[in-house]
Design a protein around this ligand. Structure first.
Ligand code: PRP
Ligand code: HPA
Ligand code: MG
Length: 196
């Protein structure tokens, strides 16, 4: 019998992974839990606007928005694309807007959806930017955070997992644009960097 793609089969990238940090199941459960919490906190707020930060947040944004919907909460979705890492594995600290918001967010209740808070530099810049566009409120939901890597103190109200200070890939997160499609988050084998 033919198997559906991705069912009961590993990813072609599995061999490059040294260790799984957050499993597919853990991501699924945590996304449901976070969405429940956010839906409850925003129960009196009309027109919640999720702003996904491309490209890294693409998987989490899709799953989080669906989980909000299952909690009876409608959301609107916007995307920004910014880049501070480029081909490198440390933040340059210089954030470039690759794609801006498509509409006015003045007076809107915004929830920024991020895959990871690492140095915090991207989010710190983004929060100032959204405030300058006169959002009524801005909170952040981030699937991952590296407490030992934070360089700037930023308020992140909703966090999925605190993880060690190691470069991770998967579930949207890339190394040189690869590994985003892995369904879990893991650390690459040192040999992968050696051949990069
Ligand atoms: O807290 P920081 O140190 O600023 O790092 C976090 C940011 O870095 C990554 O984006 P990246 O610039 O790699 O772009 P990408 O999402 O397109 O991969 C990630 O998706 C976050 O947006
Ligand atoms: O650990 C990471 N992995 C991939 N992209 C990232 N962007 C910030 N931190 C990371
Ligand atoms: Mg990246």
């Amino acid at each position: 019998m033919r198997q559906a793609v991705g069912m009961d089969q590993g990813s072609s990238y599995d061999a490059d992974i040294d260790r799984v940090i957050v499993s597919e199941e853990q991501i699924r459960d945590k996304t449901v839990e976070l969405a429940k919490q956010v839906a409850e906190d925003y129960r009196r707020v009309d027109g919640v606007l999720l702003v996904g930060v491309l490209k890294g947040a693409v998987m989490f944004m899709a799953d989080f928005a669906r989980a909000m919907g299952r909690n009876g909460r409608s959301v609107e979705m916007e995307f920004m694309a910014v880049s501070s890492y480029g081909q490198r594995s440390t933040s340059s600290g210089v954030v470039r807007i690759l794609k801006d918001l498509d509409r006015d967010i003045a007076g809107r209740h915004v929830i920024v959806v991020e895959d990871i808070v690492d140095s915090g530099l991207t989010l710190s810049w983004l929060l100032k930017y959204l405030a300058s566009r006169s959002a009524a409120s801005v909170e952040v939901v981030a699937l991952l955070r590296k407490p030992d890597a934070i360089k700037v103190n930023i308020p992140v109200k909703y966090v999925g997992f605190d993880i060690p200070n190691e470069f991770v890939v998967g579930y949207g997160l890339d190394f040189a644009e690869r590994y985003r499609e892995l369904p879990y988050v893991g650390v690459l084998k040192p040999s992968v960097y050696a051949r990069a």
